[in-house]
Every structure is written in structure tokens, then in C-alpha cells.
Design a protein around this ligand. Structure first.
Ligand code: NAI
Length: 264
């Protein structure tokens, strides 16, 4: 089992879905977790559930498009738990609109959350991650949530695909930049298939409409050769691995967790 004993993680968009499951699994693995989200009540509920189970967690308001919110969230991590070892840039949105349907506002919203959020998190957390990285045996880590739609084209949401392609390349560029500067911060991306969360259910419904299918189980099987939609815990386990010292020689990698989606 992956161990994160003594580490401190900040996870964006962790009130629910993949982020919340990552927070639970990281807490179980021994990390203290800061749960950042715009859904403040839900985030507090997730943190309370982790604390009730014996973990260490705190919820903060974090809109990933706000520089001030990031600064406050990072300060919460260092004030409450003493340092920052891990940043998971998980917050993301999906519109499910075709190129001709989408408005400029849709695009600006997607960019603000899916791209500006990852840039700001990386930039503003870098000093704290660098400081911790200098003292820990295998450095600190950033894990970015991209998507299979950041590796192959998506008919269901071309604009989402464009933002996730950006996250894929930013991950590699940040990995190279930090390594070249001698910062001990590894940066890797995770690329889920369709995962059974609020977003995943909207995404599969959209893909079914485009694909002319009305049988979700059968459609999920066609997309994922392993025969099902993914679950949040499938993805969280991969995020934990990349965030842990077990992935100490990995940086700039793009790890698919997609039941074979992109192998076809
Ligand atoms: P979700 O919709 O269940 O949860 C996303 C979380 O992000 C929510 O708690 C939401 O409040 C939060 N969020 C949205 N805008 C925010 C903002 N401006 N600032 C802070 N938090 C914000 O989605 P899910 O499925 O858990 O997705 C997590 C990540 O995984 C996203 O980056 C998504 O693009 C990616 N992903 C998800 C897939 C899926 O099928 N569910 C497939 C591939 C990638």
C-alpha cells in the first residue's frame, strides 16, 4: 500500500468526486490534507468525515481562478500542518458543448478553471513545495488531472479537450523547468477515462448522445475495453502513487487510468 506518512497535501476541487476520494485515500495513507473547493459546505463535510475517521483534514474556500484564494489556501496548509509536500491540481469543469454550440463565455469559463487554475496552483505553491523538497529524501510532487481528452480528440467536448491538452503539455514543461532549476518538485499528469462522478455522468451522457447510444453499460464497455466506467478510487490510487516517494524517478509523465480507452 502507498504510504504518505508525515506528508501534507493540498487538493483543489476536493469537495466531491475524484478529489474527495483522493483526500480520503491520502488521509488513510497518513497525509494531512487541505481540501480546497468553491463548494464550501460540501468541502467542510468531506473534511469532517476524514477527521471523524481519524485523519487530519481542513477545508478552505478555493476558487482556482483566484490568486488570492490560492495564496490563502497554501498559507492554511503551512500554518495548520507546517509545510506542503503535495499539490493535486484536480478542480475541473466540462461543458459538453460542440464547437458551434459553445459560446465565448463557455470557453472563458473552461480556461479559467481547467488552465488558469493549474497555472496559478503550480506558480503559487512552487515556493512551499520547493522548500519542503529540499529537506525530504525524494522531493515534493505536483499531480495534474488531465484526461484521455488531453491525449486524443473528443467529439463530445472539443473545447474541454483543448484545455486538457494544455494541461498535458504544461505538466511536461513544468517538470522540465523545475528539474532544470534544481527544484526537487516532480510534476506528472493523470489521464482518466470516463469516471463515475457528477462530471463523468454528464460526460458519458453527452458521448452517448453524440454516439447515438442509449445503453450506458454497453457504451461504457465500448469506450473502456476493461468493460466498465472507472471509479473515483481507481483514479485516486494512481494520484497517490504519483504523489508518493514510490514515483521518485517519475517527472513529466502522463499516466492513463482509462480501462484501455486510449489503447484502441
Ligand atoms: P466533479 O465535477 O465530480 O468534481 C469537480 C470538483 O471541482 C467539484 O467539487 C467542484 O466544485 C470543483 N470545482 C469546480 N470549479 C472549481 C473552481 N473554480 N475552483 C475550485 N474548485 C472547483 O468532477 P470529477 O469527475 O471529480 O473531476 C475531477 C478532475 O478529473 C477534473 O479535472 C476533471 O476534468 C478530471 N477528469 C474527470 C473525468 C470523469 O469522467 N469524471 C475524466 C477525465 C478527467
Amino acid at each position: 500500500m502507498t504510504t504518505l506518512g508525515g506528508k501534507v497535501a493540498l487538493i483543489s476541487g476536493a469537495a466531491r468526486g475524484i478529489g474527495a476520494e483522493t483526500a480520503r485515500q491520502m488521509a488513510n495513507a497518513g497525509a494531512a490534507v487541505v481540501i480546497g473547493d468553491i463548494l464550501e459546505d460540501v468541502a467542510r463535510g468531506t473534511a469532517a468525515e476524514i477527521c471523524a475517521a481519524g485523519g487530519a483534514a481542513e477545508a478552505v474556500r478555493l476558487d482556482v481562478a483566484s490568486e488570492g484564494d490560492w495564496t490563502a489556501a497554501i498559507a492554511t496548509a503551512t500554518r495548520s500542518f507546517g509545510k506542503l509536500d503535495i499539490l493535486v491540481n484536480n478542480a475541473g469543469i466540462f461543458t459538453g458543448r460542440d464547437i458551434e454550440e459553445a459560446t465565448l463565455d463557455d470557453w472563458h469559463r473552461l480556461v479559467a478553471v481547467n488552465m488558469t487554475g493549474v497555472f496559478l496552483g503550480t506558480k503559487l505553491a512552487a515556493p512551499a513545495l520547493r522548500e519542503t523538497g529540499e529537506k525530504s529524501p525524494h522531493g515534493s510532487a505536483i499531480v495534474n488531472l488531465a484526461s484521455v481528452a488531453g491525449l486524443v480528440g473528443s467529439v463530445g467536448d472539443p473545447l474541454y479537450s483543448m484545455t486538457k491538452g494544455g494541461v498535458t503539455m504544461f505538466t511536461k514543461s513544468a517538470a522540465l523547468s523545475f528539474a532544470k532549476k534544481g527544484y526537487r518538485i516532480r510534476v506528472n499528469s493523470v489521464h482518466p477515462g470516463v469516471i463515475d462522478t457528477d462530471m463523468g455522468n454528464v460526460a458519458i451522457a453527452r458521448r452517448m448522445r453524440v454516439g447515438g447510444s442509449n445503453d450506458q453499460a454497453d457504451f461504457a464497455k465500448q469506450l473502456h475495453p476493461l468493460g466498465r466506467m472507472g471509479h473515483a478510487d481507481d483514479v485516486a490510487a494512481t494520484i497517490l502513487f504519483l504523489a508518493s516517494d514510490e514515483a521518485r524517478f517519475m517527472t513529466g509523465s502522463a499516466l492513463v487510468v482509462d480501462g484501455g480507452f486510449t489503447a484502441q
